[in-house]
Design a protein around this ligand. Structure first.
Ligand code: SF4
Length: 259
């Protein structure tokens, strides 16, 4: 037996973690046992019986292999990796946001950065170009009929541009009839929820858009990062929107950031 050329060893205190980078299943040994096994393998002497259990594990997880096995393992792994395929499309409907969360990774909590965001929202023409580009990507990839392409509406706050969202969903639903790659398409959005109202919730539900609302916990304390431009907490307002969705029977999921 030899150590696989894809094998790696990390020393952690008095122990060592071994793994084959094509398998990513670690085996932990004491340093002493590892040294003994390594010496035995390097000198090509008979493997000791008192380490049989450990050696069997190293063989099982392809850390110890026979001459020529590396090539076979690599070919096997290559054969089960699916072809790369684009099947998610983000539509950034607006770069603007009505909140100024303290942890906003886009920089909505910073006046200078806020000014850099485009004032104009995504136009219907840009949306249409995006739809056609996405269809082209789906068609040119090795399209798997079982896969579900996803259209994700995002921002800023995407509900600042509700009309373009409705345009995109209607257009995709229209194209579905003639475009096989769109048959199983799903629509998701993640919103801070404040611009939801009865009419919009019912419309999104009718269009089959999955609604995700950002909320970080059950009280002001856990939501203290989520504030409006004036620095006011918005937790209570988000709860009102969740209650509204519940009363209308519109399902929503929660998008939670842990800090
Ligand atoms: S809702 Fe999202 S985009 Fe808007 S400020 Fe908060 S983290 Fe940033």
């Amino acid at each position: 037996m030899i150590f696989s050329k894809y094998g790696f060893a990390f020393h952690v205190g008095n122990d060592v973690a071994l793994y084959n980078s094509l398998r990513m299943k670690p085996i932990y040994l004491s340093d002493n046992k590892f040294k003994k096994i390594k010496e035995t393998v390097d000198k090509n002497v008979k493997l000791s019986q008192d380490l049989k259990c450990e050696i069997d594990e190293l063989i099982k997880y392809k850390i110890l292999v026979k001459e020529g096995d590396d090539e076979k393992i690599l070919n096997f792994v290559k054969s089960v990796i699916p072809q790369p395929q684009i099947n998610v499309c983000y539509f950034i409907l607006s770069e603007q946001c009505n909140l100024a969360c303290k942890y906003c990774f886009l920089g909505n909590n910073n006046q200078k950065k806020r000014k850099r965001f485009k004032k104009e929202n995504m136009s219907k023409q840009t949306a249409m170009d995006g739809i056609l580009f996405f269809i082209k990507q789906l068609e040119s990839a090795n399209f798997d009929e079982n896969s579900k392409p996803t259209i994700l509406f995002y921002g800023g706050e995407l509900l600042l541009n509700f009309k373009t969202l409705v345009f995109i969903v209607n257009k995709i639903n229209e194209l579905k009839k003639s475009c096989k790659v769109l048959e199983k398409v799903e629509f998701d959005l993640i919103t801070n929820g404040l611009l939801l109202n009865k009419q919009r919730l019912l419309k999104l539900n009718e269009l089959g858009v999955n609604i995700g609302i950002s909320i970080d916990g059950c009280n002001n304390e856990t939501n203290k990062m989520r504030v409006d431009i004036g620095g006011n907490f918005v937790f209570e307002k988000i709860i009102q929107k969740l209650d509204l969705a519940k009363s209308l029977g519109v399902p929503v999921s929660l998008s939670v950031t842990l800090t």
